[in-house]
Design a protein around this ligand. Structure first.
Ligand SMILES: CSC[C@H]1O[C@@H](n2cnc3c(O)ncnc32)[C@H](O)[C@@H]1O
Ligand SMILES: [Zn+2]
Length: 438
């Protein structure tokens, strides 16, 4: 907990429940969970200078969104109901060509508010003007792994430019020395980055010991083009360049075959499943969850950007993931609620390197308090079932990140300013793009 002077303070959450057990949670001044007990003892509780009344709530670890483009919140509803390549080529990329750093700042602030409201405190982001995204995450008080989206289109000069932009972002984020913000590298996809670009990114990420964030095998066209142009499937192209590592998060992965899944498992690569975006863009195949699990690949959850989702609510994503897999496999036992929740908490948080994703002593206090007294939690036969199948992010009342309260009883300080600036930035962006098109 941080007071108005910016000093860290120990804090106590009273009156909440973990898995049906009434508890109090003590958080020390470093933002770590110090104790969880029915009643915290007198001497320990006297350390707590701040008390959060959690009565009528369920305490859970917050959620981790492992694939998004946060500032695309400004593009929400700008282009819907199109196929992926037309959507990118005709609508999204022309608009993004008019983006400014200020747009990315306000778009990312807006995204952070939306994520906090729905219980997400860690995300994996790929976009442009990422120094501004880092500033926004810093101000919002949550956690992120940020990368510059590298696209060289096989062009030498573009590649040099993207290399410089990648290095500048990594240097800038490392210079911030903020443990909540990490740099990564971001090859957009095998169809937008040359083999030379991929090899440079792999070597650079290894030397800096940072993550790799990439779109992979999202559409059948991507796989067919890769095979036609290089004789290899997309995962093999990434692997040949050295981009499949245990620091890699590969988003989508809808068109993997079983051998691709085994390759990802051998390399220790994590997959980010983005079911809402995949269905909206109609990629025509569900990520092969059973093959990935059988191979031993960690599977996490992402929303993708707001232009293809169109929100950042991971509660919705858990439900959509569970339903899509059951439907695609014609098997109601596939992806049960417990697995959907683990994907969004434990596996996602670990993949981003922000802790175990568990609400236990010694871990960062990334905690959400969920309203118990709402229809979606009435009755509460099985808490996990309610979280995955009944609730959406609207049930989240209070959120802490590293012990700092970022939303209390539905109130996020500074929200109105962010909404006003993001609305203005979105309108100006669309106007600039229309002027450009004339
Ligand atoms: C280079 S920054 C990221 C880049 O990716 C675009 N994008 C958003 N959603 C998708 C998707 O589903 N597949 C491929 N690319 C996507 C985004 O608009 C940026 O240009
Ligand atoms: Zn994406």
């Amino acid at each position: 907990m941080v007071d108005r002077m910016g000093r860290e303070k120990a804090c106590l959450i009273t009156g909440t429940c973990i898995e049906g057990r009434p508890v109090e949670i003590l958080i020390d001044e470093t933002g770590t969970i110090a104790a969880i007990d029915e009643k915290i003892s007198g001497s320990e509780r006297s350390n707590a200078e701040v008390i959060i009344d959690g009565s009528g709530t369920l305490a859970m670890h917050t959620l981790a969104n492992t694939h998004t483009h946060a500032a695309m919140s400004l593009l929400r509803g700008y282009a819907d109901d199109m196929i992926l390549q037309d959507w990118l080529g005709q609508k999204i990329w022309p608009l993004e060509a008019c983006l400014t750093g200020e747009d990315v700042y306000w778009g990312t602030r807006l995204a952070c508010i939306e994520m906090i409201r729905s219980g997400t405190t860690a995300f994996n982001d790929m976009y442009f003007f990422m120094e501004e995204a880092a500033r926004a995450v810093d101000h919002a008080g949550i956690k992120a792994q940020l990368c510059y989206g590298f696209i060289d289109l096989n062009d030498h000069d573009k590649r040099e430019h993207e290399i410089r932009a990648t290095e500048a972002l990594v240097t800038s984020i490392k210079g911030m020395q903020n443990p909540r913000i990490k740099p990564a590298v971001g090859p957009h996809a095998v169809y937008t980055v040359s083999p030379e670009g991929l090899a440079w990114l792999a070597a650079y990420s290894a030397s800096e010991q940072i993550g790799i964030h990439v779109h992979l095998s999202e559409t059948e066209q991507e796989v067919l083009d890769a095979q036609k142009n290089s004789g290899k499937r997309p995962p093999a192209i990434l692997d040949q360049a050295g981009c499949l590592t245990d620091r890699t998060i590969a988003a989508h992965c809808c068109w993997l075959d079983q051998a691709d899944c085994r390759l990802l498992a051998e390399r220790g690569t994590t997959v980010s499943h983005n079911p809402a975006s995949n269905m909206k863009l109609s990629v025509n195949r569900a990520m092969p969850y059973p093959w990935l699990v059988e191979a031993g690949v960690p599977v996490t959850l992402g929303t993708d950007g707001c232009a293809s989702n169109n929100n950042l609510d991971l509660f919705e994503e858990m439900k959509i993931a569970a339903l899509l897999q059951k439907f695609a496999q014609n098997n109601p036992t596939c992806l049960p609620a417990e697995e959907a929740l683990s994907m969004a908490t434990v596996t996602g948080t670990r993949a981003l390197g922000f802790g175990s994703g568990l609400l236990v002593v010694g871990e960062p206090a990334d905690i959400m308090l969920i309203d118990r007294m709402v229809p979606c939690n009435t009755p509460l036969h099985h808490q996990t079932s309610n979280m995955v199948y009944a609730c959406n992010g609207g049930a989240v009342k209070t959120v802490l990140c590293n012990g700092r309260v970022v939303m209390q009883d539905g109130v996020i300080p500074g929200e109105e300013e962010v909404l006003n600036n993001a609305s203005r930035a979105a309108a100006d962006l669309v106007r600039r793009a229309a002027d450009q098109a004339e």
